[in-house]
Design a binder for this molecule. Sequence first.
Ligand code: FAD
Ligand code: NAG
Ligand code: NAG
Ligand code: NAG
Length: 507
Amino acid sequence: MRGPLAGSARLLVLVACACSRALSSGAHEWRHPPQRIAVIGAGIGGTSAAYFLRQKFGKDVQIDVFERGAVGGRLATINLEGEDYEAGGSVIHPLNLHMKHFVKELGLSVPKSQGGLMGIYNGDEFVFEESSWYVWNIVKLIWRYGLNPLRMYMWVEDILDKFMRIYQYQAHDFAFSTSEDLLHALGGAEFLQLLNQTIDESMQKSGFSQKFINEMVTAVMRVNYGQGTNINGFVGAVSLAGADSGLWSVEGGNKLVCTGLLYASKAQLISGAVISIEEKIRQKGRSGGGTLKQYEVTYNSTSGLGRDAYDIILIAAPMNRKSANIAFLNFSPPIPEFSNPYQQAVATFVHGRINASFFGYQDPSDFNLNGIFTTENPKLFIASMGIVSPVKDRKAALNPLPGPRVWKISSLQPLTKEQMNLLFLSYDSNTVKTWQAYPRYSPPEKCPPIILHRRMYYLNSIEWAASAMEMSAVAAKNAALLAYHHWYENMDMIDQEDLHERLKTEL
Ligand SMILES: Cc1cc2nc3c(=O)[nH]c(=O)nc-3n(C[C@H](O)[C@H](O)[C@H](O)COP(=O)(O)OP(=O)(O)OC[C@H]3O[C@@H](n4cnc5c(N)ncnc54)[C@H](O)[C@@H]3O)c2cc1C
Ligand SMILES: *[C@@H]1O[C@H](CO)[C@@H](O)[C@H](O)[C@H]1NC(C)=O
Ligand SMILES: *[C@@H]1O[C@H](CO)[C@@H](O)[C@H](O)[C@H]1NC(C)=O
Ligand SMILES: *[C@@H]1O[C@H](CO)[C@@H](O)[C@H](O)[C@H]1NC(C)=O
């Protein structure tokens, strides 16, 4: 019989349920998977984030990726005389395991980039020049720099070894809530120290000669980051690793990794610029189910302004005004502004014949370099130049002579006609791409936060430690894991100490 008591008992149960739900407010609701996640930016950071988010959160969550320009971001090609060349991020290190995994998973092909002969020009002469005779190069290196080159190789190797711990941590799903915490987990105080000082100071302290630093190390910093040895020690070491052998690129263009990851993640691409993000609090359901906190994203697309609500947001674009320029509305405390400057870099592609006498060659027919690096000298208006091959034909011959070749010139400012006429005897076409390329480093470096708000994450924080494709992929996996662990309250998977020791004994 269903008397009045039975009824009120039912009511009590209902009330109890509602109460416990309200009490455990956060904890309870988040056990359901999120419904919608937004990723802002479809460069390698954003597209790999979409890929890792799908892995972690499963097939039901809707993932929207916003992109205001072309998918690939700083991975892009440029066309010259019917061929495409890599205009942004170009080479990938053999130990960049995320990038390696992506190309394998996506079935892309990856020819090794062809090494050629390079020389270091100081504005007056070549202080070091490779020849086609390998043994002679070694002799010349030792003659000029002693054991510095070999020691540098070991110094970088040691840093790289520690850096590679990230793959083991991430394979075990561990995440870090700041870029500094992540670096500390890899290389302890030594890595944080690298952020605090210049590569010049770091290498001096390790006993490298000033001559070696001013010539070889400077040349590598300029070719990779358009800056000198005053950049922080960590990005400096990453840059030196980028001078290793075995570097590779993706046939057809590195940006194919981004389009591939986007497709593999089954995310929806929304072509438009995100203008603002606002926190919205909604009543959940009718029966007093508590509140639901979401982010409302406003974006500008070809079909006008759009608006959508998301549970989680990952920002995968540099957040300074010149770049993403997103307004954060009604956050308290407010989301900080990042005014940290990015370094402009200009890539000029020229089909022409190099003027070897500009580089001090008496007899231009002696010139056989296909890469020219430079040291710091105010009268030098280029950072580097080198012969490049098309992305569809990476193995194309790189011989500098005879005849015209396609050269890529890196400089901070666009080249003037006069400068072009100095560099080239003649040229028939050229094309230019200007980038807000990478942070303008100035240690002691403080990385911006990764966690901008409860469930809003900033991937490009890591660029302030070092900007590279693999770093964006590492940040993407970290942010996907952080978002996942916050959502499901797995706090024991975040910022764990002594991971290296713990994972060692676990094996
Ligand atoms: C000239 C050059 C050479 C380089 N060489 C190398 C190299 O050899 N090896 C290497 O590893 N790295 C290299 N790098 C660095 C590497 O390219 C970058 O670190 C990496 O591509 C950054 O990827 P990302 O996804 O983090 O950012 P990005 O590629 O910048 O992606 C951000 C994306 O967000 C979009 N976006 C921004 N704001 C909004 C908004 N409000 N709404 C919607 N979309 C928005 C942008 O259009 C962009 O597509 C080089 C970089 C440059 C510029
Ligand atoms: C790095 O410098 C900051 C201040 O700029 C300081 O707080 C921090 O302790 C330093 N870290 C190391 C490892 O030296
Ligand atoms: C949206 O984009 C259009 C075209 O690029 C531009 O004219 C307009 O000002 C943008 N609107 C906002 C609100 O930014
Ligand atoms: C080549 O370089 C030399 C030396 O700097 C310069 O005098 C000359 O004008 C340049 N251009 C040509 C076309 O020779």
